[in-house]
Structure formats: structure tokens, C-alpha cells
Design a protein around this ligand. Structure first.
Ligand SMILES: [Zn+2]
Length: 279
């Protein structure tokens, strides 16, 4: 039976060529439905198959379960850009679908564990036992938004099921002290007082939940880190590492971090494809 270490190495080997493939295409290609399905369904299935194979479980069964979870996630992602105009119930429905789908996918080939991010903490349900644990990234991100001058928008946080902040704007509509109209950091986002572009930022918070199932976490790069964290914290750093890598690639190749990186292209694609134009 291969060790956990070799399992991690294999998972990383799988993800690196994928990152490279996405990033090394000559021209910046438009994002399409196939790319979204690869991210939501194909990748989780591939990871589940590898994990199951190394645990001596049935890889096909695990891949099928993960693909089903991925499809649920996909449905939640499609709802994200429309949630600005929809009810809070719809927003929570989308969030629950993404979290349930991601939990089904990451549990494939193992016992089922439901994990859901709610603000700075994660709810972890396993064997009828529910634990609440802080996430490394989900605790740091709101603190960063505070430090950057945003204030918590309690009403919108409750409505979207994720920590929403607001900030005053400049004459051109950009947020004070920033060149962005709105921005997100992992599970958290800041908009202007009217909540403009919240639908786009929600896609990023869903990406945060999806990325949390992948081995691109700090704990996979620093020896002994997982053991140090133990059961006290959730290592939810994958979104930030993914974003950091994509931004470094954009910097190195003279591309735009706001438009050309795959994470942004996915958010813009979903907005365009699933947001009815008359709204
Ligand atoms: Zn964005």
C-alpha cells in the first residue's frame, strides 16, 4: 500500500500539468462549457479514482460518485451569477448544493463526510457527529477585508451565506483604495453599498469550496504542517495558492490578473452564459 506521502505526490503531479496546460496555451482562449465541466466534474472524478486506487478501493465507483457530486456543484455554480436578483433561499440553495456536491466528491472511495464553509468556520458532519472548526484562510480573509477598510455587511452576509463586506466608492465606481468594482478573497467578498457584482464574487467563493478538496493546500507543501494543525483547524488554503499561482503566471507572461487567469475567466463565462440579459 503506497504511503500518504506518495499519494500526495501523485495528486500534485496530476494537478501541475493541468495548471500548466491551462496556462501555456499560446493565445488566451475563451472559456467554454467544456472547461467548466472539466473543473466541476472531470477533475473531481480523476482525483477520486486516483485516491481510491491507492486505497485499494474501486476507482470506477469512486469516479462515478465524484462525478455525481461534481455535477451537483456545477448546478450551484450556474446559479451563482443570478443570485443578486434572487431570494436568500435560492442563494442558500446554491451554497448548499456546492457544499454537498463537493462533500460527495471529496468523500468518494471513503466514508461520507459533509463539510460546509460558513463565514470563518467549517461545519463538519461525520457519523452523526457535528464539529465546527475555524479555517486558516476563512479566518484570515475577513481580517484582511477589515484592515483594507471594508465594513461587514451583515444583511448581505446572511442573505448569501458567506461573509460580505461593503466599502464606499470613488466617482468612477471603483471601491475606495482599490481599482476594482468589487473583489473577493477566498470565502469573503467586498462590494459597494448596493452589492453590485456580488453574483460574480459569489462564483469565487464557490471556487474556494471546490478548491478545498484539492491537494494544492499549504499542508501538502510544508512537512509536518497537517500534524501540527491536527483536528483544530481546517486547511482551506487551496484557493489562495491556486489564485497566487495563476496571478504569478499572468505577471510572468504580461497578461491581466483581472481578466486572463482561468479563475476570472470562469466567473465571467458563468455570468455571460447564465445571467439572463434582460436583468
Ligand atoms: Zn473575479
Amino acid at each position: 500500500m503506497p504511503s500518504l506521502c506518495s499519494l500526495r505526490r501523485i495528486s500534485l503531479l496530476l494537478i501541475l500539468p493541468l495548471v500548466a496546460l491551462t496556462c501555456m496555451t499560446e493565445r488566451v482562449r475563451a472559456f467554454n462549457e467544456r472547461d467548466v465541466l472539466v473543473l466541476n466534474v472531470v477533475l473531481p472524478a480523476a482525483f477520486a479514482a486516483i485516491r481510491a486506487y491507492h486505497k485499494g478501493e474501486n476507482p470506477e465507483k469512486a469516479a462515478l460518485q465524484a462525478a455525481f457530486g461534481g455535477y451537483l456543484m456545477h448546478q450551484g455554480f450556474k446559479m451563482a451569477p443570478t443570485l443578486q436578483e434572487k431570494s436568500a433561499a435560492k442563494a442558500w440553495q446554491a451554497k448548499c448544493m456546492v457544499n454537498l456536491g463537493a462533500s460527495i466528491a471529496e468523500s468518494a472511495g471513503d466514508e461520507f463526510v459533509f463539510r460546509m464553509d460558513i463565514g470563518p468556520v467549517w461545519l463538519i458532519a461525520k457519523n452523526g457527529d457535528i464539529k465546527i472548526r475555524p479555517g486558516l484562510n476563512s479566518v484570515i480573509a475577513p481580517a484582511v477585508h477589515y484592515l483594507e477598510g471594508s465594513t461587514l455587511d451583515f444583511e448581505r452576509s446572511l442573505r448569501y451565506g458567506t461573509m460580505a463586506f461593503k466599502r464606499s466608492t470613488n466617482k468612477d465606481g471603483t471601491l475606495n483604495g482599490s481599482s476594482a468594482l468589487a473583489y473577493s478573497n477566498a470565502n469573503t467578498f467586498t462590494t459597494n453599498g448596493t452589492g453590485a457584482h456580488a453574483g460574480h464574487e459569489l462564483v469565487h467563493t464557490f471556487q474556494y469550496r471546490r478548491d478545498s478538496m484539492y491537494p494544492l493546500r499549504v499542508g501538502n507543501f510544508i512537512k509536518g504542517f497537517d500534524e501540527y494543525l491536527g483536528d483544530r483547524w481546517v486547511d482551506d488554503t487551496a484557493w489562495s495558492i491556486n489564485w497566487g499561482l495563476q496571478c504569478s503566471w499572468a505577471d510572468a507572461t504580461g497578461r491581466s490578473k483581472d481578466f486572463d487567469i482561468p479563475m476570472e475567466k470562469e466567473a465571467y463565462y458563468l455570468e455571460k452564459r447564465y445571467h439572463e440579459p434582460w436583468r
